[in-house]
Design a protein around this ligand. Structure first.
Ligand SMILES: Cc1cc2nc3c(=O)[nH]c(=O)nc-3n(C[C@H](O)[C@H](O)[C@H](O)COP(=O)(O)O)c2cc1C
Length: 346
C-alpha cells in the first residue's frame, strides 16, 4: 500500500514538506486513544533471536533510525511503534537554528537517493530536553550533537559540544558526536585529529564526573581518506570512545543515473540512499579490520533492502541505521528487515 498509494502522493510534494507531513500524521495518529497501540499491532515485532547487548544497553534487535528525521525529539515514541530498536534524535545544537534556505532536500528517484543541505536546522537542545521530560522514551535514545553554524572559533565549537553533552546527559542513553555533516561550514574539518581530540577530550573528562556511564560514538564522513580514518580509530581506541557511526552522507556524485544538468541544478549537499551503500559498507569493513572488531560500529548509508542490512552486519557492524531506505520503502521497512534477519539466523 505504501509503495502503490502513499508514496506516489508524498513524492508529488516537496521532499521536506512530505517528511514534515508524514511525521505530523504519525504524531497525530499516535495521540489518538489507542493510536500507538494500533501502530504497534501493525508494525512492531519482538524478534527473539536478534537481541544484542552493546555499551551496556540491551537492544531488542539491530535496526535503528539514523539522525536527521526526528531532529527535535518530537516523534521518537511514535517512530518506536514502527519497530525501531533505537532512535537517534538530532542533530541538536545549543541554540536553535533555521538551517539553510529552502529548497534544501531533493529526491533522485531513479537513483533511490536524496540530496540534502538542511544545515542542521533544529529547535535547540533545551527544546529536545523538554520533550523528553514530557514524553518519557519507550525506546533507546541516542542524541546526535553538533555545533551551531555561527560558532567558528575553536573555543566556541568545543563549548557547543560540551554544552549539549552536559545538558542532555541525564536524558538519553547514548551520544553521537556529529563531525561529518557536509552542510555546515567547518564541521567536517573537525575530523582532523588535532581538532577532534580537542573536542572529545572535554566530553570524556565530563563523563567521568557522572555516576552513570553514557556511551560516546563519533559519526564519520564516508569521504575521509584511509590515513585520517586510521588515525581517528587509533585515538578512539586509546582514549575510550565507545564506537563509530559509519557513515554520514557523501559529497560524491559518482555513478548517478540522474542527468548532469539535474545534479548541477541541485547544487551542494550530502547524498544518501542507494548510491552510498558501497562506500559505507567499505568503511565499516575497514573499521572492523583495523580495530580487529574491538570498536563497535553502527553501519548506516544506503541500506535499501533487508539483504543490505544483513551485509552491513556481516561486514562487522554491531547495529545498523536507516533513513533514506525508510523514506523509499515506508513504515513497514523495519519489520521487513527484522523478519529477514530473524530467518537468516535460524
Ligand atoms: C534529510 C536528511 C537530514 C539529515 N540530517 C542529519 C543530521 O541532522 N545529523 C546527522 O548526523 N545525520 C543526518 N543525516 C544523515 C543520516 O543520518 C544518514 O547518515 C545518511 O542519510 C545515510 O543513511 P541513508 O542512506 O540510510 O539515508 C541526514 C540525512 C538526510 C537524508
Amino acid at each position: 500500500m505504501y509503495k502503490r498509494i502513499i508514496r506516489p502522493v508524498l513524492f508529488c510534494l516537496n521532499p521536506e514538506t512530505a517528511h514534515i507531513l508524514s511525521l505530523k500524521a504519525l504524531g497525530l495518529f499516535g495521540k489518538l486513544p489507542l493510536g500507538r497501540s494500533i501502530l504497534k499491532l501493525f508494525f512492531k515485532r519482538k524478534p527473539k533471536n536478534l537481541e544484542r547487548e552493546l555499551f551496556g544497553l540491551k537492544f531488542p534487535h539491530p535496526v535503528g533510525l539514523a539522525a536527521g528525521l526526528d531532529k527535535n525529539g518530537d516523534y521518537y515514541n511514535d517512530l518506536a511503534t514502527l519497530g525501531f530498536s533505537f532512535i537517534e534524535i538530532g542533530s541538536l545544537t545549543p541554540k536553535p537554528q533555521d538551517g539553510n534556505p529552502r529548497p534544501r532536500v531533493f529526491r533522485l528517484v531513479r537513483d533511490k537517493a536524496i540530496i540534502n543541505r538542511m544545515g542542521i536546522n533544529n529547535k535547540g537542545i533545551r527544546y529536545a530536553i523538554e520533550r523528553i521530560r514530557k514524553d518519557k522514551p519507550n525506546v533507546i535514545i541516542a542524541a546526535s550533537i553538533a555545533k551551531n553554524t555561527t560558532s567558528k572559533l575553536e573555543d566556541e565549537i568545543i563549548h557547543d559540544y560540551t554544552e549539549c553533552f552536559s545538558l542532555m546527559y541525564d536524558f538519553v542513553d547514548m551520544f553521537t558526536v556529529n563531525v561529518s555533516c557536509p552542510n555546515v561550514v567547518g564541521l567536517q574539518g573537525l575530523q582532523d585529529l588535532s581538532y577532534l581530540s580537542d573536542l572529545l577530550d572535554p566530553l570524556l573528562d565530563l563523563r567521568r564526573c557522572y555516576e552513570t556511564y553514557k556511551p560516546i560514538l563519533i559519526k564519520l564522513s564516508p569521504d575521509i581518506n584511509d590515513g585520517q580514518l586510521y588515525e581517528i580509530l587509533s585515538w578512539c581506541m586509546l582514549y575510550g570512545i565507545d564506537g563509530i557511526v559509519a557513515t554520514n552522507t557523501t559529497r560524491s556524485r559518482d555513478n548517478l543515473k540522474a542527468s548532469d544538468s539535474r545534479i548541477q541544478a541541485i547544487g551542494n549537499g550530502g547524498l544518501s540512499g542507494a548510491p552510498l551503500f558501497e562506500k559505507s559498507l567499505s568503511m565499516v569493513k575497514k573499521i572492523n579490520a583495523f580495530t580487529k572488531g574491538r570498536l563497535p560500529v553502527i553501519g548506516v548509508g544506503g541500506i535499501m533492502t533487508p539483504q543490505q542490512a544483513q551485509q552491513m552486519l556481516d561486514a562487522g557492524a554491531s547495529l545498523v541505521e536507516i533513513y533514506t531506505g525508510f523514506i523509499y520503502n515506508g513504515p513497514g521497512f523495519v519489520n521487513k528487515i527484522i523478519k529477514y534477519l530473524s530467518n537468516e539466523k535460524r
